[in-house]
Write a protein that binds this ligand. Structure first.
Ligand SMILES: Cc1ncc(COP(=O)(O)O)c(C=O)c1O
Length: 407
C-alpha cells in the first residue's frame, strides 16, 4: 500500500499545465454561489456571455437538418458553410476564396490554430495589454511567450507610437496580436491604427493575428476587418467567431481567414488532426452568415444603450476613471480602491444592498506586467438596461461602503 502511495506521488503533470492560470473571469464562482445561497441576488457582469436570444433562424435551420446520420464535417468545413463565410466577407468588401477560410470550434480554436501555425516553442508574440486573458493560457499550452505593449485607461487605451512597439521586437518575435474591437477595453481601432500595425509587421517580417470576434458590435463606426487593408494581404490572419455577433457562444463556430496560402495550408493540416468543427451548427449558421446585418444591427443598438447606461453611471461615481467604449460589450474602470480583487471579494462576501450585489472581474489578469490593473475591474454589460442601472447603483453603494470600511 505504501509503495502504491509513493508511486502516485511521483506522477507529475506537465509544466505547461502548471503554468495555466485559473480563469480570472470564473474564479469567484464559489463565492458567488455562496452569496446566492444566502439569498442575495447577484448581478453577473463578469462573463461575456450575451444574454440575448440567438436568431430564431439558427435553431430553426438546425431543427430542419435532414440526414439521418450525424457525420463528421469535412476538416476544411462544410462546403455551403464556407461559401456562406465567403459571401459574408464579400459584403465587407473582402474577396476571400473558400480555401482562404477554415471553420473552427469557436474563435478559441481559431486562436489556438493560428498561434500554432506561426510559433515554435520559445517564440514571442507581441500583445497589447490589457487583453483577453485566454491568450495567456494559449501561450502556456503552445509554449510561446507573450510580450506586452502597455495601453492605459487614462490615455484612452490609445495605440503607442510605432517606435514604442518596435522596441519590443526581437529575433524571436513572430507576430503581433490585435483584438479589435477589444475585450476587455471596448476600444475600436480604425484604419489608421491598423495601418500602423500592418506597416510594422511588413517592415519586420511579422504576422498579424487579428482577433475580430466582436466585429459587428461597434457603436460609432461601420464593421470592418484588417483584411480591408491591401497591405495586410500577406501577413494578416483573422480570428473570427459567430459567438458574439449571433449571440450563440454555445454553437462553437468560428473561422480562420487569411489570404496567405502557406498559413492556410498549415492550418488545414492542424484542422485535419482535430477532425472537424460541429456539423449541426455549421448548417445552422449558413443563412445567418449570408444575411447577418438584420440581426447584428439590432443587437448592436441594444449594446449601445447598455454601454451608455453603464458608462454614464460609472462617470458619476467619485474617483472612478473609465473611457467610453466604442465596441464589444466591456468596459474597464479604474476604481478608488487599493486592490480590485479584495473589492470583488468584499462585494460577494460582506456586502449587499436591498439583498443585491454585483460580480465583476478584477482586471489584473488581463495584464502581463505585474502590478498593472490592480485597481481596475472589467464590467461585461450583458444584462438589460434596467438591470444594469440597478447593478450600477449597487456598485456605487458597494464602493462607498468599501471606502468607509477602509478608513
Ligand atoms: C477577444 C476574444 N476572442 C475570442 C474569444 C473566444 O470566443 P469563442 O470561442 O466563443 O468564439 C472571446 C470570448 O470571449 C473573446 O473575447
Amino acid at each position: 500500500m505504501r509503495r502504491f502511495v509513493g508511486l502516485l506521488n511521483m506522477l507529475k503533470i506537465s509544466q505547461r499545465a502548471n503554468k495555466v492560470i485559473a480563469s480570472p473571469v470564473r474564479k469567484f464562482l464559489p463565492l458567488m454561489l455562496a452569496a446566492e445561497k444566502r439569498g442575495v441576488k447577484v448581478f453577473k457582469l463578469n462573463v461575456g456571455n450575451p444574454n440575448i436570444a440567438p436568431p430564431p433562424l439558427l435553431l430553426k435551420t438546425i431543427k430542419n437538418y435532414q440526414p439521418l446520420s450525424l457525420d463528421y464535417a469535412p476538416s476544411p468545413g462544410i462546403r455551403e458553410h464556407v461559401a456562406a463565410w465567403v459571401l459574408y466577407y464579400k459584403k465587407l468588401k473582402i474577396n476571400l476564396k473558400s480555401e482562404n477560410i477554415i471553420p473552427t470550434v469557436g474563435g478559441a480554436e481559431a486562436i489556438l490554430l493560428s498561434v500554432m501555425a506561426v510559433t515554435d516553442p520559445g517564440d514571442e508574440l507581441i500583445v497589447f495589454e490589457p487583453f483577453y486573458a485566454s491568450y495567456k493560457g494559449f501561450a502556456a499550452m503552445a509554449g510561446f511567450k507573450l510580450v506586452p505593449v502597455t495601453l492605459r485607461v487614462d490615455n484612452d487605451f490609445a495605440l503607442p507610437a510605432a517606435a514604442e512597439i518596435e522596441k519590443k521586437i526581437t529575433r524571436k518575435t513572430k507576430a503581433i496580436i490585435v483584438i479589435n474591437p477589444n475585450n476587455p477595453t471596448g476600444t475600436v481601432w480604425g484604419k489608421k491604427e491598423s495601418q500602423i500595425i500592418i506597416d510594422i509587421a511588413n517592415k519586420n517580417n511579422l504576422f498579424v493575428i487579428s482577433d475580430e470576434t466582436y466585429r459587428e458590435i461597434v457603436f460609432e463606426q461601420k464593421p470592418s476587418s484588417i483584411l480591408n487593408l491591401p497591405a495586410a494581404k500577406n501577413c494578416a490572419i483573422v480570428v473570427d467567431s459567430a459567438s458574439k455577433r449571433f449571440s450563440c457562444p454555445g454553437a462553437r463556430i468560428g473561422c480562420i481567414a487569411s489570404f496567405n496560402n502557406e498559413i492556410m495550408a498549415a492550418v488545414l493540416k492542424f484542422a485535419m488532426i482535430r477532425l472537424s468543427a460541429p456539423t449541426l451548427e455549421q448548417y445552422g449558421l449558413i443563412p445567418l452568415l449570408k444575411n447577418s446585418t438584420n440581426y447584428t444591427e439590432k443587437i448592436t443598438a441594444e449594446y449601445k444603450k447598455r454601454r451608455d447606461a453603464v458608462f454614464n453611471a460609472l462617470q458619476k461615481m467619485p474617483g472612478v476613471i473609465c473611457q467610453k467604449p466604442q465596441g464589444a460589450f466591456y468596459i474597464i474602470a479604474k476604481l478608488p480602491v487599493d486592490n480590485a480583487e479584495n473589492f470583488v471579494k468584499f462585494m460577494l462576501m460582506e456586502f449587499s444592498y436591498n439583498k443585491k450585489t454585483v460580480i465583476v472581474t478584477p482586471a489584473e489578469n488581463f495584464y502581463m506586467t505585474p502590478g498593472l490593473g490592480r485597481n481596475e475591474i472589467r464590467i461585461a454589460y450583458v444584462l438589460s438596461v434596467k438591470e444594469l442601472k440597478e447593478a450600477m447603483e449597487v456598485l456605487r453603494k458597494g464602493l462607498e461602503k468599501y471606502k468607509a470600511k477602509k478608513q
